[in-house]
Design a protein around this ligand. Structure first.
Ligand code: AMP
Length: 210
């Protein structure tokens, strides 16, 4: 089953993708994670992507399309995958359609104020990858799982968050109509629900408990 996770930054796509990966045994393909790793390693792709990601702009379509095409060709994707953060533009969706059949598009719905609150308080663990929120840390700045010092992603700083939201609305939101036209979209209303409740919604949307 090839699944797309669509929705604004901070809506919880990564969290639910990580869980679903374990539950379904199919990989999570996060273009954001792949790009951050490339930037850390200083690869040619990383060097090209760095300035875009730090400003909250999208990396050029051709770069991410190549990354995803190559990744989907790997053996572990033969039973499907969860695309987390790709496609983000209509040209990316059109390119994707030439090399993968999409079974479902899960659309995470969250109002702007909640997005800003979540992103500006988000903290990540550079060692184990845990994502959390300052409101859950009781004033601590260490990872509750492994004890490493948590960091704030550069693109979660307030000035960049605003731009990411603008970019989302202009370039990614049109994908909702694009995939609605193909009858693939299942909405998940995230606000005022716990992670558990939203995860149950995701599983139901995918018919996993039927
Ligand atoms: P994310 O972790 O999904 O929020 O992605 C972080 C950043 O990586 C984005 O703000 C973009 O700069 C870049 N990025 C991730 N996925 C894509 C994509 N599909 N197309 C273009 N840029 C992307």
């Amino acid at each position: 089953m090839n699944i797309i996770f669509l929705g604004p930054p901070g809506a919880g796509k990564g969290t639910h993708a990580q869980r679903l990966t374990q539950e379904m045994g199919i990989p999570q393909i996060s273009t954001g994670e792949i790009l951050r790793a490339a930037i850390r390693e200083g690869t040619p792709t990383g060097l090209r992507a760095k300035a875009y990601t730090e400003k909250g702009e999208l990396v050029p379509d051709a770069v991410v399309i190549d990354i995803v095409k190559e990744r989907l060709a790997k053996e572990d994707c033969k039973n499907g995958c969860i695309l987390d953060g790709f496609p983000r533009t209509v040209p990316q969706a059109e390119a994707l359609a030439t090399f993968a059949a999409i079974d479902a598009v899960v659309n995470f719905v969250l109002p702007d104020e909640a997005i800003i609150r979540r992103l500006s308080g988000r903290r990540v663990c550079p060692s184990c990858g845990l994502t959390t929120h300052v409101s859950a840390l009781n004033g601590k700045d260490t990872c509750p799982e492994c004890g490493s010092r948590l960091i704030q992603r550069k693109d979660d700083l307030p000035e960049t968050v605003e731009n990411r939201l603008k970019v989302y609305k202009e370039q990614t939101e049109p994908l909702i109509a694009y995939y609605q036209g193909k009858g693939k979209v299942k909405d998940i209303l995230c606000e005022n629900h716990t992670v558990e409740e939203n995860h149950a919604q995701v599983r139901a949307a995918l018919g996993l408990d039927a």
